[in-house]
Write a protein that binds this ligand. Structure first.
Ligand SMILES: [Zn+2]
Length: 379
């Protein structure tokens, strides 16, 4: 008798688990979730189930493979599931809000889960979370340019003024730096900064890239700042590009760097010894730094499209002079000159070549022609 009931239960669990709507993790979209919350009725990946354990008063998780499921719990899953949960907990996610995926860092994924189920920020319209009103002010820890020490600084984000500023003294009237909102790119960089809540703000000043590294010890606070910046940028873009769709505007909010890492480079005469530098490929901007956490790039190279004289080749030109220690060469061709790089491993070389190809194969937009012209003007 028991065996039959158990068997029926297992079959019901398999049925609801195999439904199309439950094929991806409810929170990060990773395929083939094998955990579930029997209080929220969602199917989760292992990582997200770990985050749910941090909100155990709301969500109770079990392994679909290893744990025993009783009939009531299976019934609950059958009546709920990812589609029902999404309709409830993601009913009113603002367009600009960053929805993390499984490759994103822990703080983004955790705050997304907390925002959805714990704070219920998206269940009904008209809620005004602190990132939504176009104005945010508070203390963030900013890395000093020279000594690398983090110090508290007052930051102010203003949609009306279209900028993000910071002040060195708490009561200072004049900001130390004013950054125009349309030039900001904010990305989480836990590995590079060595801080789980480390945020990198990149912006342009006189067409040169600058970096600011920030953190706040509270995960909610740093993710609120991140989404507040996105909210202001989204509204700025909506005014600047009134005919663009919301989806198009959203895709322009955060650019994850296409690739970062060390390579060696030689100078313009291609006879100099190669020097090890940290490279960042931010769409068509290839920047290099002495140290990954430098405030300024030592140099920037514009990477255009193949229809316009740009290309990438594996290896270095024969007869390359200048000494280098890393064996895997890359040659970047631009209308003006060739750039020679070397990588430590073949894998690094192939990843860089793939990243460069990805950019070079895309045709340039009118705006990118303007940026290219600006690069050519540079001394
Ligand atoms: Zn997940």
């Amino acid at each position: 008798m028991m065996a039959t009931e158990d068997g029926r239960n297992v079959n019901s669990l398999k049925e609801v688990w195999s439904r199309e709507e439950n094929a991806l993790c409810a929170d990060c979209g990773e395929p083939d979730p094998d955990w579930a919350s029997y209080t929220l009725g969602v199917f989760l990946c292992l990582n997200c189930s770990g985050i749910h354990r941090n909100i155990s008063d709301i969500s109770k998780v079990k392994s679909l493979r290893m744990d025993h499921w009783d009939e009531g719990q299976v019934q609950f899953l059958m009546q709920h599931g990812n589609a029902v949960a999404k309709a409830t907990y993601e009913a009113h996610v603002p367009m600009y809000y960053y929805r993390p995926v499984h490759t994103d860092c822990q703080v983004l994924r955790e705050q997304w889960v907390r925002a959805k189920y714990e704070r219920k920020e998206f269940t009904e319209p008209g809620k005004h979370p602190p990132y939504s009103n176009g104005l945010k002010e508070g203390i963030l820890w900013k890395r000093g340019r020279d000594n690398g020490q983090y110090l508290p600084r007052r930051f102010l984000l203003s949609e009306r003024e279209g900028c993000l500023k910071y002040f060195v003294k708490q009561d200072a009237k004049e900001p130390k730096v004013v950054v125009k909102i349309d030039t900001i790119n904010a990305t989480f960089q836990p590995e590079k900064t060595g801080n789980p809540n480390g945020l990198q703000i990149t912006y342009l000043k006189e067409n040169k890239t600058r970096n600011i590294f920030l953190y706040h010890q509270d995960g909610k606070e740093i993710v609120d700042w991140f989404n507040a910046i996105r909210a202001v940028q989204f509204h700025y873009l909506k005014v600047a590009f009134p005919v663009a769709s919301d989806q198009e505007l959203k895709s322009r909010l955060t650019r994850n760097f296409l690739k970062e890492g060390y390579m060696e480079k030689t100078g313009p005469r291609q006879k100099e010894s190669f020097k090890k530098r940290w490279f960042t490929l931010d769409h068509r901007r290839l920047m290099y730094f002495k140290d990954p956490m430098d405030a300024f790039a030592k140099g920037e190279v514009f990477i255009g499209s193949d229809g316009h004289g740009y290309g990438v080749r594996q290896g270095l030109p024969t007869g390359t002079q200048g000494t280098f220690t890393w064996p895997y060469g890359i040659t970047i061709i631009t209308p003006d000159r060739e750039y020679l790089f070397t990588c430590e491993t073949e894998r690094e070389q192939q990843e860089w070549i793939a990243a460069f190809r990805h950019v070079i194969e895309q045709p340039m937009t009118p705006q990118e022609y303007a940026i290219e012209a600006y690069f050519k003007l540079k001394p």
